[in-house]
Design a binder for this molecule. Structure first.
Ligand SMILES: *[C@@H]1O[C@H](CO)[C@@H](O)[C@H](O)[C@H]1NC(C)=O
Ligand SMILES: *[C@@H]1O[C@H](CO)[C@@H](O)[C@H](O)[C@H]1NC(C)=O
Length: 458
């Protein structure tokens, strides 16, 4: 009886909330995001009445982990309800460009980058590769392919219309060649604070990075959910492995080694990639890191792709203030009740003090709370495959919102009829559909196609 009464009360509250929200035009965050995500000049098929009706009735929908975590096809409203704070970077970039009149066709040129850049379009919900520019060596190839596959997954999993867009994306760690050259824009994995013209996309690791053992991002999450130990049963040390020499952030990494030398709470070791014994004895897989209570995060040449993997651990991350921004960094909280990591000085000189405090038995609940917050915020919400797909689509919509040109899906070409010799104009789509690109890794090819030798290494 008591349960029934409780249900009646809850039902009453929901009904009251629904009446209130419909009276005021919807919860403010839903309304705001809804407007943001509607292209001002809608392109593609119009939204049908039945679809807008579906949005109304879905207002009660709530995100549930793990039920929805691997759903690549959440609709627009579900994406807002599940991940309300995810879209800061797309909003920022769109606002920046709007203030400057929007993106023009000049911005979809690839010539300025040299290599590692792809020009692509989404037309009638189909992904087309227009120009794959220098993405075929052992470094660029897996990154470009992974990123295109991720984008394609987000496009095809979506049941609603997406605006037509044409854009470029680069797989370089640093999207711009000259960090001060703000004359070019593209979609990149990371940016510096002053590179406000750049658009951030999820990096290739959300598909997979098999070259370093990350077979698929979703599998990493699955393994952790199944295998990870209780926080209190984990090794009470801080772990880190990495190269130290010859990187942009040498000072950070050298500082970490110095601050942790000979400490009982440290399992921090440098890697020497030129020494096979060193790698065989020291290298840890991503999941092995999660066996520790504490994780150190350092930038490398630019951003560090391992951060998202480390944030998947139910552990406490310690990181210096990051110079390179990825699409989710604004969700890192260094203090307050939602604290989900511990911030250190750039040279980690305060690491011993921080570790002593975190390991103090009287602080153990507070320490575990940071790990709990991180798991709830990242592994179970903002770094799920579902969130990744939502982010891609928000990026597409935001770009469309400030795109000042009409995307030309078709091109015309004079072709000769082989029997009559007569010439006529023939229309065909520009570039190659991703379905074909994924197999041919070319935008154009002769028939019959030549066998292609896949490069695993140069
Ligand atoms: C950016 O463009 C402006 C105007 O076209 C030019 O004066 C400037 O030198 C360019 N900057 C770089 C770094 O290329
Ligand atoms: C290679 O690494 C191993 C293990 O770290 C180390 O004992 C050995 O001295 C290294 N060899 C060289 C040539 O640096």
């Amino acid at each position: 009886m008591r349960t029934l009464a409780l249900y009646i009360v809850i039902f009453g509250c929901i009904t009251a909330a629904l009446i209130f929200f419909s009276a005021t035009g919807g919860p403010f965050f839903v309304e705001e995001q809804y407007n943001r995500n509607r292209p001002s000049k809608p392109q593609g098929p119009p939204i049908s009445h039945s679809e807008s009706h579906a949005w109304q009735t879905q207002r009660e929908w709530i995100y549930k982990y793990p039920r929805d975590a691997r759903n690549y096809g959440l609709d627009e409203l579900q994406c807002q309800v599940a991940f309300p704070d995810l879209y800061k970077e797309v909003d920022r970039a769109a606002a920046w460009w709007k203030e400057r009149g929007g993106v023009t066709e000049r911005e979809i040129d690839v010539g300025w980058r040299g290599d590692g850049i792809v020009r692509a379009m989404i037309y009638d919900n189909q992904l087309y590769v227009i120009d794959a520019h220098g993405v075929f060596d052992h470094n660029h190839r897996p990154r470009a392919l992974a990123t295109l596959h991720s984008l394609h997954r987000a496009v095809t999993a979506h049941s609603g219309p997406l605006p037509n867009v044409e854009f470029t994306m680069t797989d370089h760690d640093a999207p711009l060649i000259d960090q001060e050259d703000l004359n070019h824009t593209t979609w990149g994995y990371a940016r510096l604070a002053h590179q406000e013209n750049l658009w951030l996309m999820p990096d290739f690791g959300y598909w997979g990075w098999p070259n370093v053992g990350l077979r698929s991002y979703s599998e990493l999450q699955q393994n952790l959910a199944a295998e990870e130990e209780d926080f209190l049963d984990k090794i009470p040390q801080i772990v880190w492995r990495g190269a130290v020499e010859g990187l942009g952030s040498h000072d950070v990494r050298a500082g970490l080694l110095a601050a942790s030398a000979n400490q009982p709470w440290s399992d921090i070791l440098p890697l020497d990639w030129s020494n096979a014994t060193n790698i065989a004895t020291r290298l840890l897989g991503m999941e092995d890191h999660c066996a520790y209570q504490f994780l150190a995060q350092t930038e490398g040449n630019t951003y560090s792709g391992r951060l998202k993997s480390l944030l998947n651990c139910h552990s406490v991350l310690l990181s210096h203030k990051l110079s390179w921004i990825e699409h989710f960094h604004h969700l890192l909280q260094p203090s307050g009740p939602d604290q989900n990591y511990v911030q250190t000085k750039r040279d980690f000189s305060d690491l011993p003090k921080k570790m002593r405090s975190l390991l103090n038995p009287s602080n153990i609940l507070a320490t575990q709370r940071i790990a709990d917050n991180a798991r709830a915020a990242f592994r179970e919400r903002y770094l799920t495959p579902a969130a990744e797909a939502c982010y891609w689509r928000a990026l597409i919509r935001a770009w469309a919102d400030v795109q000042t040109f009409e995307v030309q899906g078709w091109k015309e070409k004079l072709v000769e009829d082989p029997t009559t010799g007569r010439k006529k104009l023939k229309r065909s789509m520009r570039g190659a559909p991703f379905e074909a690109y994924a197999i041919m890794e070319e935008v154009e090819w002769e028939l019959p196609a030549k066998a292609r030798r896949v490069c695993i290494d140069e």
